[in-house]
Each structure stands twice: as structure tokens, then as C-alpha cells.
Design a protein around this ligand. Structure first.
Ligand code: BG6
Ligand code: MG
Length: 219
């Protein structure tokens, strides 16, 4: 019996939204755009370029392509300074427990993230060794809700999409999993993630019996 378990990174394995917020906030201040925590919520799961486009749109600002590229670079350098401080204390509740359980049950595990910094972050929190495949923003051209990232991950772990389970904190990610015909599991706020097959506040709310059910899915 074998399922594929695909984890989003930001907001599922680690809470990096606070670092994205600080980095975007600093940039927005500099170019004279207001940027709130509520707006930051809307950037979850959204690629770096699309995030900057949204911020510019909110601030009704147009800039040259050169400036756009420079600002993206600046934001990421700031973000990487925060990432550099991360360690395994930042792993979200019971993520390691679930990863360990899946390993003992010999399940396939993949990462499906929009981030171009995913490999670095997994290294910082010392979780790389769990993953049979890592698909991130460097390998994907179509952003979530396009299912490309998850279909690519399924292919790499050699599991049919119908036998894959996706853990996601963003609505776009849940939609991508649904379009890919995978079981979608929202991690976070049930009102935001209403389209998911199941929603849990975090992994500590998920029983091992439930995970067993996912392992035995449609087999
Ligand atoms: C997603 C985050 O996982 O990755 C977004 O939820 C972020 O907030 C996106 O913008 C891209 O991340 P990065 O690390 O490539 O800038
Ligand atoms: Mg996420």
C-alpha cells in the first residue's frame, strides 16, 4: 500500500509568512506604499513576482522592468537574512511527528512549493532527508492554482495523482490539489480553506488513525 504525501512549505512546515511580511513591508515603506498584515495574508502561496505586482497595484504605482527586477532582488536579500536565523525550532507543531510516521509506514514524501528558497529553508530546519522529491519555484512555470507543481511532484515520486495527498495552507494551493485530482488537506483556517476535502488547524489536530486512512486511500 502506497500513497504520495505532498507538503507545501511556507505555512505548512514552517511559518515564514512573518519573514515575507517584514521583507515586503520594508520594501513597501521605501517606495511609499502602505502594506498591512491583511494584505500579506493575500500573498500566501503567491509567487514573488506576482506578490510585487499586487503590492504595486495596491499602491497604484507603475515602475520600469529594471526597477521591478531590482526590487525583487532587494526583497529576497532581506528575506534571506531572516531565513539565515532559522533552525529546527521553527518547525510547526507535529510536522516532524507526521513525517516520521509516514517514513515508518514507507510512504513517498514530496515537497510542492512556490518558493525559490525552498531547498535552503528545508536545510535550515534540517528536514531535507525526509523528502523523496523536492519541487519548488525554480522548476515550475505555472503558479498555483495551476496544478503543475503537484503533478510534477507526483511524477517524481512515481505515484498516481489519485493516490496523492496534498497539505496546503493557501486557497490557491487547495484549488491546485483539487484540479490535480488529489486529496486536498487544508492546514489553517477552515473558512478560508472551505474548498479542501479536510481542514485541520495544524498537524497536532490530525490523528495517526486519520493518516492511516490516507495511506489506505483507494488502494
Ligand atoms: C510561497 C509563499 O510559498 O512562496 C509566498 O507562501 C511566497 O508568500 C512564494 O511569495 C515565493 O517565495 P520565494 O521564497 O520564492 O520568494
Ligand atoms: Mg503555503
Amino acid at each position: 500500500i502506497m500513497s504520495g504525501f505532498i507538503f507545501d512549505l511556507d505555512g505548512v512546515i514552517v511559518d515564514t509568512a512573518k519573514y515575507h511580511y517584514q521583507a515586503w513591508k520594508q520594501l513597501a515603506d521605501k517606495i511609499g506604499i502602505e502594506f498591512s498584515l491583511e494584505q500579506n495574508e493575500q500573498l500566501k502561496g503567491v509567487s514573488r513576482a506576482d506578490s510585487l505586482n499586487k503590492i504595486l497595484e495596491w499602491g497604484q504605482k507603475t515602475i520600469s522592468n529594471e526597477t521591478f527586477t531590482a526590487l525583487m532582488k532587494e526583497k529576497n536579500e532581506q528575506y534571506l537574512d531572516f531565513i539565515a536565523t532559522m533552525d529546527d525550532n521553527e518547525i510547526l507543531p507535529d510536522v516532524s511527528k507526521v513525517l516520521n510516521y509516514l517514513k515508518t509506514k514507507k510512504q513517498k514524501i514530496a515537497l510542492g512549493s512556490a518558493s525559490k528558497n525552498a531547498v535552503q529553508i528545508l536545510e535550515k530546519v534540517k528536514l531535507t532527508h525526509y523528502f523523496d522529491a523536492i519541487v519548488d519555484g525554480n522548476q515550475v512555470t505555472n503558479a498555483k492554482p495551476n496544478p503543475e507543481v503537484f503533478l510534477n511532484a507526483a511524477k517524481q515520486i512515481n505515484v498516481q495523482p489519485e493516490h496523492c495527498i496534498v497539505f496546503e495552507d493557501s486557497l490557491a494551493g487547495i484549488q491546485a490539489a483539487n484540479i490535480a485530482n488529489m486529496v486536498s488537506i487544508g492546514i489553517g483556517d477552515a473558512s478560508i480553506l472551505a474548498e479542501a476535502d479536510y481542514v485541520f488547524k495544524d498537524f497536532s489536530e490530525m490523528s495517526l488513525e486519520f493518516i492511516d486512512k490516507l495511506i489506505n486511500l483507494k488502494n
